[in-house]
Design a protein around this ligand. Structure first.
Ligand SMILES: Nc1ncnc2c1ncn2[C@@H]1O[C@H](COP(=O)(O)OP(=O)(O)OP(=O)(O)O)[C@@H](O)[C@H]1O
Ligand SMILES: [Mg+2]
Length: 187
């Protein structure tokens, strides 16, 4: 079996679609490969969200926030992909995940406040560990696509970090899916 790829969705800020991104990635990628979602969030949002949709879930889920175990996450071999939701900011667990991950995804709505926090997060949490990372712009209002492209260009010019070509729009469906306890792929 080829090497397991570890993806972790992180950001120094709350309410920026980390859980939504991690759960949706696990849901979509598990249609083609063996996926484990590791829920390390204090509030266990991913576990709470997916607890009802037994039919539509093709990935395995485990709750783990023990820093020592998270540091060994790269030893997992029976999955093609491991997707992690973030442990608490400034915790040993987060450090362990950033060090063990192959790629970090920094999910972020393109507002000035969010971008400012993102830049800080990249410099304090990501650059020192040299883990490969990508920014994913999320919660994009369809009326603000121009501003989103501007935000993307700003990140490019500042050479903060590479940004995903695609971005995720703000759709009621994402909120409804959580409320109804189903995956976006099933909603
Ligand atoms: N693309 C989207 N469209 C609409 N609503 C979204 C989208 N992405 C996330 N949301 C909503 O925004 C809120 C925050 O999302 P989410 O819980 O994924 O963020 P988070 O960064 O994990 O938050 P926390 O820091 O509290 O863990 C949720 O109510 C979620 O349903
Ligand atoms: Mg969350």
């Amino acid at each position: 079996m080829s090497k397991t790829i570890i993806l972790a969705v992180v950001n120094g800020k709350g309410d920026v679609s980390k859980t939504t991104t991690a759960v949706n990635l696990a849901a979509i990628l598990s249609k083609k490969q063996e996926v484990l979602l590791v829920d390390s969030e204090h509030q266990k949002s991913a576990t709470w969200w997916t607890r009802r949709d037994k039919e539509g879930i093709y990935f395995d889920l485990t709750v783990e926030n023990n820093a020592k175990l998270l540091a060994q996450i790269y030893q997992i071999s029976n999955y093609r992909l491991v997707v992690g939701t973030p442990p608490a900011l400034r915790s040993e667990g987060l450090r362990a995940v950033i060090l063990s991950a192959d790629h970090l995804i920094l999910s972020i709505p393109p507002t000035l406040m969010d971008l400012t926090t993102l830049i800080k997060s990249v410099h304090t949490m990501v650059v020192p560990f040299k883990t490969a990372h990508l920014v994913l712009l999320t919660k994009i209002d369809s009326r603000s696509v121009k501003e989103t492209l501007e935000a993307k260009n700003t990140l490019l010019e500042l050479k903060i970090t590479p940004t995903c070509h695609t971005f995720i729009r703000q759709y009621k469906a994402h909120e409804r899916a959580v409320l109804e306890g189903v995956l976006i792929t099933e909603w």
